[in-house]
Design a protein around this ligand. Structure first.
Ligand code: FAD
Ligand code: UDP
Length: 399
């Protein structure tokens, strides 16, 4: 029915069939589907003053469309996710490209045929490329940690170069650890590409940017007679888990609760805080048309920040004489400090701690955890929507 700041006087959760915590992809997807498919009346409570979660974008003072919480590029191989989101937006045909600044020279990342020739020279690069083709085949993705295991001097030469110049310093900055100290699935997100495709997401048949903005996509998704959104409201002010039941405003609540926030916060961190990395995002508007040749440049051998994003290069927006760029600085997240927990740290003891919190809500049939925070996962936007579609399927089947 609408989006408003704060809760109305006399707010009664019992007047809603379901309460959704968080207005990001996870919450908005579930809310929309439950309203559409079952006619449930839904209240979404969101503690930020805006919708769209980490995908929130808006015009800055120079009129440039910026992504407040870091560069978001839509890409998916999942047809169902694409169909669902495409109800609320059209897409541009933007194909994300990233260059690594390696000792001052810009080379494509994922590291590919062209990068090899830039790094090793035309002739040697071509020779090493043919070796990669003979070993892995053409148009194949090879995670760096897999390439490092090959027992061949020429493949090791490539692996060492890429490890040292693309992954080591960047990963140290991003995670405070070396690539071999972190879960291999993380560096595996950006595998060496044995081919010429220089896109960051070569496998994704659907990719682009929402034609208008992410925030506009969310506005449409949440524009439904049965959905109310209350911004600037922290659900912990009136929701708690007591004796295996959901309690709201002091009374047991029997409707469905879809929770997309950090699970440890719901219990006052009483088992310990789930570790995350947070980011400082430093925006700068420059009096030039364009600052860099692509959407994102990764600084893999220098600087304290990990990458610089230039938003106009991704959105295609035309703003003559002005451009806004953003540098990302990563550091350990301090619980309770008001920082944003951006990246779960996928290590055994952290996952074990997460499972302990999760076990506390597992038997509560009307309490559901979904999303990057509530599932403590390294999800892209499409992964979150896929998870939310599955959860809403299950809830819908019970109504
Ligand atoms: P969120 O967007 O975090 O939404 C959860 C919401 O719950 C938040 O708005 C939060 O304020 C609210 N909330 C939490 N606790 C409470 C509470 N107690 N009371 C009320 N509200 C609460 N994905 C891609 O596909 N492509 C990209 O290019 C990409 N780039 C990224 C870049 C960065 C820097 C980051 C951090 C992520 C990126 N992602 C990208 C991932 C993407 O942001 C997430 O997958 C997605 O936004 C997660 O959606 P969500 O709904 O699970 O969580
Ligand atoms: N990575 C790296 N150098 C790069 C790009 C990525 O070391 O130039 C590593 C780094 O550990 C990073 C991970 O690969 O955290 C995943 O990169 P991705 O670009 O997918 O990260 P995100 O956009 O989610 O921050």
């Amino acid at each position: 029915m609408g989006i408003q700041q704060g809760l109305p006087e006399g707010f009664n959760p019992g007047g809603y069939d379901a309460i959704v915590v968080g207005a990001g992809y996870a919450g908005a997807t579930c809310a929309r589907r439950l309203a559409d498919a079952c006619g449930l009346r839904i209240a979404i409570v969101e503690r930020r003053p805006h919708i769209a979660g980490n995908a929130y974008d808006h015009l800055d003072e120079a009129g440039v469309l910026i992504h407040e919480y870091g560069p978001h590029i839509y890409h998916t191989t999942n047809d169902r996710v694409h169909q669902f989101l495409s109800r609320f937006t059209e897409w541009t045909d933007y194909q994300h490209k990233v260059l690594a600044n390696i000792h001052g020279e810009l080379m494509p990342v994922p590291f590919n045929h062209a990068s090899l020739k830039l790094a090793f020279g035309e002739e040697r690069g071509e020779h090493l490329y043919q070796k990669l083709v003979a070993t892995f085949g053409e148009n194949k993705k090879v995670p760096i940690m897999e390439l490092r295991e090959k027992n061949d001097p020429e493949l090791s030469e490539v692996a060492d170069y890429v490890y040292e110049n693309v992954f080591l310093y960047y990963t140290m900055k991003q995670w405070g650890k070396t690539p071999d100290q972190i879960d291999p699935s993380i560096t595996g997100r950006v595998p060496v590409f044995v081919g010429d495709d220089d896109r960051y997401f070569p496998a994704a048949p659907h990719q682009g940017m929402p034609a208008e903005s992410y925030t506009a996509l969310f506005k449409r998704m949440l524009d439904h007679d049965l959905i109310d959104v209350f911004l600037g409201v922290d659900v912990r002010d009136f929701l708690s888990i007591e004796d295996g039941r959901v309690v709201m405003c002091g009374r047991p609540y029997g409707g469905d609760v879809i929770y997309t926030g950090p699970l440890d916060e719901l219990f006052g961190l009483d088992l310990g805080a789930l570790p995350y990395r947070t980011l400082d995002m430093v925006f700068e508007t420059l009096d030039v048309d364009q600052f860099q040749p692509v959407g994102t440049v990764n600084y893999t051998t220098s600087e304290d920040f990990t990458r610089i994003t230039e938003f106009k290069n991704m959105t295609g927006q035309v703003v003559p004489g002005k451009t806004t760029i953003m540098r990302e600085y990563s550091r350990a997240y301090e619980p309770g400090s008001g920082q944003t927990p951006y990246y779960a740290i996928l290590e055994d003891q952290n996952l074990e701690l997460y499972r302990s919190y999760r076990a506390r809500v597992e038997g509560i049939v009307n309490f559901h955890c979904v999303g990057r925070l509530a599932e403590y996962r390294y999800y892209d936007m499409d992964g979150v929507v896929a998870s939310a579609l599955e959860l809403s399927d299950a809830i819908i089947s019970q109504h």
